[in-house]
Design a binder for this molecule. Sequence first.
Ligand SMILES: NC(=O)c1ccc[n+]([C@@H]2O[C@H](COP(=O)([O-])OP(=O)(O)OC[C@H]3O[C@@H](n4cnc5c(N)ncnc54)[C@H](O)[C@@H]3O)[C@@H](O)[C@H]2O)c1
Length: 424
Amino acid sequence: MPEQPSIAVVGLGYVGLPLAVALSEYFSVVAFDKAPQRVEELRAGNDRTREVTQETLAGATLHLTSEAADISACDVYIVTVPTPVDRENRPDLGAVISASRAVGAVLRPGGVVVYESTVYPGVTEEVCGPILAEASGLTAGRDFFLGYSPERINPGDRRHGLRQIVKVVAGQTPEVTDYLAEIYGRVTEAGVFRAADIKTAEAAKVIENAQRDINIAFVNEVTKIFNRMDLSIYDVLEAARTKWNFLDFRPGMVGGHCIGVDPYYLAHCSEALGLHPQVILAGRRTNDSMGTYFAGMVAEALRGRQSRRVLVLGLTFKENVPDLRNSKAADLISALRQRGYDVSTHDPLADPQEALDDFGLEILPSLDGQDPFDCVVGAVAHDAYRDFASGDFASLLVPDGLAFDLRNMWDDAVMPPGRQRRSI
Ligand SMILES: NC(=O)c1ccc[n+]([C@@H]2O[C@H](COP(=O)([O-])OP(=O)(O)OC[C@H]3O[C@@H](n4cnc5c(N)ncnc54)[C@H](O)[C@@H]3O)[C@@H](O)[C@H]2O)c1
């Protein structure tokens, strides 16, 4: 294992691109994505995920490519491809499998293949290892070595980037673990943690996200209870979090590629062992119901009104990112439409074409010049919406209109005369 390995990063999305850029400061890096359009955009300096700036991209010494043959001479492969679920919420390992085939086809003796994609325990060694072995004709653990290092970045979060997060690493042998610790140690200031083995590292990652999902589900459930009692969940949380060991989670719609997906990976693994998970899937059901539930709250607040024009602000799965995957704001919109509301939507970060393709939703090009709405629903706390002032509500809402604040982002906003704000 060379001290200055050449590294291929396979899959240049939210996870792979920042990693490739960071590694390229210390190593020779081939950055490979199977989508030529993505590679073209990156070559032109445009990262649509907004994780890497144009300036950083321009300054990085990456070999960007969509040609699989270009990764052939590398010593270390880091796989960062998507791990979604299918329509039945079963793990879809298609991208991991095809990336493994591509790497296996060019893998040389002594190569190390590290997975960063979130998976259930066993995928690296029991699914990917055999594919790499078959495609390369080499033996795992003797001719080439496996590793796993979960990615823990939080897109849109500038305080917890790659460099500020402890990197968990595990290799097939202690030597490989040390080797990975050395490589990743260059790009993190927070340190490296050597997990007991690959399955342990896989398990740690998947429970981090499942735990988060369950905690949010609990807060969502008590939100429903307190709503029946006319108590504000935010007032309740403000009081409860004064206790030192209260876990501070907020209610909301859990979408995206990780928190709402990874628990299904854990559940799948559990089912395969004959254990039927109760808590994990209950959390998923609760969180998946929230778009429809919030639509019911909005409808209740608007009951009795003649006019039914509603504007939903925010369509991405969370604030300050352009990522539309598994957006639950789309559920909210669809549930409001089913109730007969005339719903418009706006999002300054989402790609309008993607919104149309994925959800059949047209995003308003601008908030300027719109006829005022009966209700504006704050669904995603993008900074642009957080900064709303009285004049914004005055132009967006009819004189007795309602700002329904699902994210508690306007609690300090001064409402113009006649307009009301409601939170959950
Ligand atoms: N997005 C996050 O916040 C986050 C955080 C931690 C972990 N993860 C995990 O990291 C993994 C990647 O997630 P992401 O959000 O970066 O995904 P993404 O969709 O943003 O990017 C994946 C990229 O991989 C490319 N790709 C797909 N199949 C490929 C193949 N066979 N060969 C080469 N390229 C291929 C796609 O074109 C895409 O550009 C997932 O397992 C995810 O669960 C994501």
